[in-house]
Design a binder for this molecule. Structure first.
Ligand code: PGA
Length: 244
C-alpha cells in the first residue's frame, strides 16, 4: 500500500433496499473511531438509495457517489437516465464510470470519455474502471487493452487530478479469483507510469481473506469492493485488516 490515504470504495451494484441502510449505523460508528485521517470510505449505492444514504452519513467522514451518469450535463428527454448535475445536486461527490458491467451493455470508450468529461464539469470525482477480460489476459494483451482504455477514456482531459483509476480485471469480478501478486504489482506500476500522479485502486473479488495479500502491493491506493461491501461486518474487517 502507499503510505498516504487508503481508499475503500463500496460498490453496491443493484443490491439494497431502504432498510439496508440500517446496516450503515455500525460502519458510521466504526469510521468515527478508527484510524481517522488514514482512509477514505466511499459508498456507491444504487440510485434509489443515494439521497437517503447521503443524509445518513452527513455527520460522518464517509462520502458517496453514483454508479453511472449520462454524458450530458443538461436536463433532457432521456427516460431512465440521470446526469452528473443530478448526482451533484443530491450531494454525491463521486461517480464510477466504465465499469465492465456497463461496458458489457454496449458502453464504448467514446461514451465513457463523454461521461467522464461531464462528471468533471459537474465537479464530481470520477472512479474510472479499466481491465482486461480473461481471453485478453490469456493472449497477453493486458497492457494493450489498458493502454487503449486509458487513451480513449481520458482523451482531451488535460487535468486528471479528479480521476481515480480502478483496475478491475473483468475475470476477477465476482469470481473469487485475483491476479498473482507479481502480475498485479507490475500492472499497478504500469498504470501509474501511464498516468502520472494518479491514484490507482484494485477491484475484483476483494474480501477479508485476501486483503492481507492485496495490501502488500506497492503503490496501491486502495480497493474497489463489490460483494464484500454489502455487509458491514465484512467491510469493517477489510478495513481493519488493511491496517493490522
Ligand atoms: P466484486 O465486485 O468485489 O464483487 O468482485 C467488484 C466490482 O465489480 O466493483
Amino acid at each position: 500500500m502507499t503510505n498516504k490515504y487508503v481508499y475503500f470504495v463500496a460498490n453496491w451494484k443493484m443490491f439494497g433496499k431502504l432498510r439496508t441502510l440500517d446496516s450503515l449505523d455500525k460502519v458510521i460508528k466504526f469510521v468515527k473511531n478508527y484510524k481517522v485521517n488514514k482512509f477514505k470510505l466511499i459508498y456507491l449505492p444504487p440510485t434509489t438509495l443515494l439521497h437517503p444514504l447521503i443524509k445518513k452519513i452527513k455527520s460522518s467522514p464517509i462520502e458517496a457517489g453514483g454508479q453511472n451518469c449520462h454524458q450530458g450535463q443538461n436536463f433532457g428527454a432521456n427516460t431512465g437516465q440521470i446526469n452528473s448535475t443530478m448526482l451533484k445536486d443530491v450531494g454525491a461527490k463521486y461517480v464510477i464510470l466504465g465499469h465492465s458491467e456497463i461496458r458489457q451493455l454496449g458502453e464504448d470508450e467514446k461514451l465513457i470519455n463523454l461521461k467522464i468529461k461531464s462528471a468533471i464539469k459537474s465537479r464530481l470525482k470520477v472512479i474510472f474502471c479499466i481491465g482486461e477480460t480473461l481471453k485478453q489476459k490469456n493472449k497477453k494483451l493486458t497492457r494493450r487493452v489498458l493502454n487503449h482504455q486509458i487513451n480513449k477514456g481520458l482523451s482531451n482531459i488535460p487535468n486528471k487530478k479528479n480521476v481515480i483509476i480502478a483496475y478491475e480485471p473483468v475475470w476477477a469480478i465476482g469470481s473469487g479469483l485475483i491476479p498473482k501478486y507479481s502480475e498485479l504489482s507490475k500492472t499497478i506500476t504500469y498504470i501509474k507510469q501511464r498516468i502520472k500522479g494518479a491514484k490507482v485502486l484494485y477491484g475484483g473479488s476483494v474480501n477479508s481473506r485476501n486483503i492481507k495479500n492485496l495490501k502488500k502491493i506497492n503503490n496501491l491506493d486502495g480497493f474497489l469492493i463489490g460483494g464484500a461491501s454489502q455487509t458491514s461486518k465484512n467491510l469493517i474487517d477489510i478495513i481493519k485488516k488493511t491496517f493490522n
